[in-house]
Write a new protein. Structure first.
Length: 381
């Protein structure tokens, strides 16, 4: 598979996932049309629609923000930018039948934050081009999350990233204390070798990639210069994340599989957001060639999305790790939750001529190691 074919495959896959969500929001019919699969005995329907929109956009945002070199792809990008802005309007307008839950219970803190993160990743297409009316509704929705106390875990970053967006949007009452608390606390929760604990106790899962490293980096790069004690942590935050990206790449087997460890594995290849994020940032560690990262992630995406049962007959994602496996859906998982897999598509924000897409396919670390070829020894940070 040539690199341009790989990009087409990634783009086709992302738009296949995105289309049902964005097209129904464009018609103000998401709540009518989207099935909400969830664990028996739970009630997640009130949260699922915001989850679907915000988690989808946090992964699509870099592609939406970057003018494409290919005219056909650029036409698609323009179309989906318009759909995304319409979707944001539909979800934040109190008069819309698809108005989303930003205030009831605690879960909305999470997905308000993913939406804020999407705005930070696509400030022009997703934020600046919104009508004033829609911006007003978005700001109001963001601020409703302040009435809820986040869990003492990765949730601290959700409150912080919302404030970072409000700062970036020019709101005078953005709260530096929420950002300060998250940055300081995660510095205390750092365990070593690129890994943070998610709260006082370590959990062996993918939350260092689902949330912690990507949000810490974008948080510190958005607001870090406001205070010296924040800016001083920037280099270590980035270096820790890069080390975790190295670990992630080595976890991808020669067949494109990865360990089904920890909670939230229904987010599928969204588990590799940290690796994808550094590819997008063009600051992959020296031992990771962009082409080997692309080749590895392509195989992971194929292994997950092409498993039978991954989509319903009408195109919605199902709960599962490899196909439809509803038994792995924890009590907080529903249909909308699993759209965080879109975070794996971040490198689509790179130009088609970038080495990530242009260079020939290349075997990744485990593929070289298990075929008897030379590969670099791993070293701790």
């Amino acid at each position: 598979m040539l690199s341009n074919e790989e990009r087409k495959y990634w783009l086709h896959s992302m738009l296949k996932i995105a289309s049902p969500v964005l097209l129904h929001l464009n018609e103000r019919t998401l709540k009518k049309a989207m099935p909400v699969e969830m664990k028996e005995g739970t009630n997640r329907e009130q949260f699922s629609h915001l989850e679907a929109l915000s988690r989808l956009l946090v992964g699509m945002a870099p592609w939406l923000e970057t003018t494409c070199e290919n005219s056909e792809e650029e036409k698609l990008r323009t179309q989906y930018c318009e759909l995304a802005r319409e979707a944001i309007d539909a979800g934040t307008d109190p008069e819309s039948p698809d108005y989303m839950n930003f205030s009831d219970d605690f879960q909305p803190i999470v997905d308000t934050a993913f939406l804020a993160h999407a705005f930070l990743r696509a400030p022009n297409e997703l934020w600046k081009k919104l009508d004033h009316r829609v911006k007003t509704n978005v700001i109001a929705a963001m601020k409703t999350s302040r009435s809820r106390k986040p869990v003492f875990s990765n949730w601290l970053l959700f409150s912080a990233i919302i404030e970072a967006f409000l700062y970036k949007a020019g709101e005078k009452d953005w709260d530096p204390m929420r950002i300060d608390y998250a940055i300081r606390q995660f510095d205390q929760w750092y365990l070593g070798d690129g890994v943070y604990s998610d709260g006082p106790e370590f959990h062996y899962d993918y939350y260092n990639s689902f949330v912690i490293h990507p949000m810490l980096i974008d948080l510190i790069e958005t607001a870090g210069e406001q205070y010296n004690e924040w800016f001083e942590k920037k280099e270590s935050i980035i270096e820790r994340s890069k080390r975790y990206a190295v670990i992630q790449e080595r976890m991808i087997s020669p067949e494109g599989t990865f360990p089904p460890v920890g909670r939230s594995i229904a987010y599928r290849f969204g588990a590799f957001q940290t690796l994808a994020h550094h590819a997008l940032r063009k600051d992959l560690p020296s031992e990771l060639a962009p082409a080997q990262v692309r080749s590895a992630l392509t195989e992971v995406i194929k292994r997950t999305l092409e498993a039978p049962g991954t989509f319903t007959d009408s195109g919605w994602l199902t709960i599962g790790f490899c196909g439809h496996q509803p038994g792995i859906g924890e009590g907080y998982i529903s249909t909308g939750s699993v759209y965080l897999c879109a975070a794996g598509f971040l490198p689509l924000g790179l130009a088609e001529s970038d080495p990530f897409w242009r260079n020939p396919p290349m075997a990744w670390t485990a593929k070289r190691a298990w075929s008897g070829k030379e590969f670099s020894i791993d070293k701790c940070l």
